[in-house]
Design a protein around this ligand. Structure first.
Ligand SMILES: Cc1cc2nc3c(=O)[nH]c(=O)nc-3n(C[C@H](O)[C@H](O)[C@H](O)COP(=O)(O)OP(=O)(O)OC[C@H]3O[C@@H](n4cnc5c(N)ncnc54)[C@H](O)[C@@H]3O)c2cc1C
Length: 533
């Protein structure tokens, strides 16, 4: 009899985190993963003979420090190093901005004295709000429940706790918080800064994975979402996992297995078994049935409810609403094998800037035009690209003297207009991305000796990221906090008894954080103890 306490659908980093906590608490846990490797969107693979790189997610900051410590990821081999510079933004006119510890202000000063005076205040403003929001990351948001039972009392207390945390903000900070949740990043940045590159530095975070103009209402929240993180105790800093993002998920898998969890790859779930009003297990693509007391899903909620749970098991209002769950990041991801490092016109030769996130998007107007183009034509004539060259920090990825680059390209349409298919346009768009880098670093194209290109359709096919959505659902106000994935189901419990959400479609959303996996595990354990005490 194939039977266990908990079955987890998907060995993404959240599924693995959830598995590790549950197994540690003594439950029998089985994780089933459709792909041949664990890790979901956080994996390292060889994409060209001798060249390995993080295939999708490519840079670390959001990984929750408590999760990393509880799972003893460092003991399981994870080492994260800081970039030597944080960001490099070259402009076509030869000017540039280079940020990082001890260098940001001087670099901004060369562009605008006004902005050099304003940047610390804005960074402090973001940091103060991020500090408070960090306290929400590892707790279930208040869930809206009907009636006055025990659940309602629990949620009322949760809401009081939430209000208590928010009260730590001054009135002015609460006003800023409201702005950051509702306004456009573009408007907020235009009010504070005058230089295009300085605005682009912050504005880029507002459109990462967010198929929208930086002037779209709500884009300021996406900017804030990217400020939650830290590396080795340094807040707001981004770094690199030695061995690529797969090193994080390999360490998580070791932690989960170490506590007794079983992980099976090449084991896609075809259907969630529903008996009455309860999830009772899964049927795999190969026909094998596994029964469980609890089923936790680490996949996109729309994928779960429209493809894996039999539609007859769900109330029609629930199904209607989750069918309208908004996916679609508008990102195109490339990995390039390089025979040599690029040299940028704005800052030629080697240097710390080549270890940074190199942002090719010199103004908010450029980002806005990229989005408009993608809406009308499928991709932008001048795309937004962040390029990282992780081999400048990690010699395990490429042969000696050679390099790998990650290109994270924003603003391609999740679905092309006029019924066109990404299968027919992938190479054309990949060429455009390489040519765009070449404009800033002439000669770059000639150094590309191998490449991998993933369109939104490829991201969906390979990882189950519907519409290529890197967050398992847009980070818009109607899909955040108590509304993630839906008002009434924000406590990691789904509409069927025994069914839980442990992936990025639950609070606090996407990014390699481990937070939804952690939070779901706490709820499953609470329910288990209540049932079996
Ligand atoms: C191109 C790209 C770049 C990104 N860059 C970054 C970055 O630099 N830093 C960062 O922090 N975040 C980044 N992200 C976001 C981050 O990677 C994701 O939000 C995060 O990895 C999601 O983790 P998860 O565990 O919730 O889900 P996933 O990683 O999506 O895992 C879900 C798993 O479920 C599996 N699955 C799907 N269907 C089934 C089924 N039927 N049966 C069994 N298994 C199934 C999938 O194969 C997958 O392994 C990026 C994402 C993408 C796509």
């Amino acid at each position: 009899m194939n039977e266990t306490d908990v079955i987890i659908i998907g060995a993404g980093h959240n599924g693995l985190t959830c598995a590790a906590y549950l197994a540690k608490a003594g439950l029998r846990v089985k994780v089933v993963e459709r792909r041949k490797a664990v890790g979901g969107a956080a994996v390292t693979e060889e994409f060209h003979p001798g060249f390995r790189n993080s295939v999708a997610a490519y840079t670390v900051s959001l990984l929750n420090p408590k999760v990393a410590a509880d799972l003893r990821l460092a003991d399981h081999g994870l080492r994260v190093v800081e970039r030597r510079a944080q960001n490099f933004l070259p402009a076509p006119d030869g000017r540039y901005l280079l940020t990082g510890e001890g260098r940001t202000k001087a670099s901004v000063e060369k562009l605008s004295r006004h902005d050099a005076g304003a940047i610390d205040a804005f960074s402090r403003e973001l940091e103060a709000i991020a500090d408070v929001l960090r306290q929400f990351v590892l707790r279930a948001p208040p869930n809206l429940v009907e009636g006055f039972g025990v659940g309602a009392i629990h949620e009322a207390l949760n809401a009081l706790g939430t209000a208590g945390i928010l009260r730590k903000l001054s009135l002015e900070q609460q006003r800023n918080l409201l702005d950051l949740f509702t306004r456009s990043a573009g408007e907020m940045l235009d009010e504070r800064f005058e230089n295009d590159l300085v605005k682009a530095l912050f504005g880029f975070d507002a459109i990462v994975g967010n198929y929208a103009s930086p002037y779209a209402a709500g884009s300021a929240y996406v900017m804030l979402h990217h400020a939650f993180g830290e590396v080795n105790g340094k807040k707001g800093v981004w770094g690199h996992a030695i061995g690529g993002m797969g090193a994080i998920t390999q360490a998580m898998a070791r932690a989960a297995r170490g506590h007794g969890a079983e992980i099976e790859t090449d084991a896609g779930v075809r259907e969630v078994i529903v008996e009455g009003d309860r999830a009772a297990g899964v049927i795999l693509d190969n026909g094998v049935t596994i029964r469980a007391k609890y089923v936790a899903s680490g996949v996109n909620p729309k994928l779960l409810y429209t493809r894996l749970v039999p539609s007859g098991a769900l109330a029609s209002e629930f199904l209607d609403r989750i069918t309208r769950w908004r996916n679609g990041s508008g990102t195109f991801r490339m990995n390039a094998a390089l025979s040599a490092l690029p040299s940028f016109t704005a800052l030629p030769g080697a240097g710390d800037h080549l270890t940074s996130g190199i942002i090719l998007a010199p103004s908010l107007g450029y980002m806005d035009r990229a989005w408009q183009d993608a809406r009308s034509q499928g991709w932008s004539r001048e795309p937004v690209i962040e390029m990282l060259i992780p081999s400048t920090l990690d010699d395990s990825l490429a042969p000696e003297g050679q390099h790998v680059a990650s290109l994270f390209c924003q603003h391609v349409a999740p679905e092309l207009p006029e019924g066109k298919s990404w299968d027919d346009h992938r190479d054309e768009v990949a060429d455009l991305m390489i040519a765009t880098v070449d404009k800033y670093a002439p000669g770059f194209a000639k150094t590309v000796i191998g490449r991998q290109a993933l369109s939104p359709l490829d991201l969906e096919r390979q990882f189950g990221l519907l519409g290529g959505d890197i967050f398992h659902g847009a980070l818009t106000l109607n899909q955040l906090f108590s509304a993630r994935p839906m008002l009434g189901y924000a406590d990691y419990r789904g509409p069927l008894k025994g069914l839980y959400h442990c992936g990025s479609g639950a609070h606090p959303g996407g990014g390699v954080t481990g937070a939804p996996g952690h939070n779901a595990a706490q709820v499953i354990l609470r329910d288990h103890r209540a049932l079996f005490k």
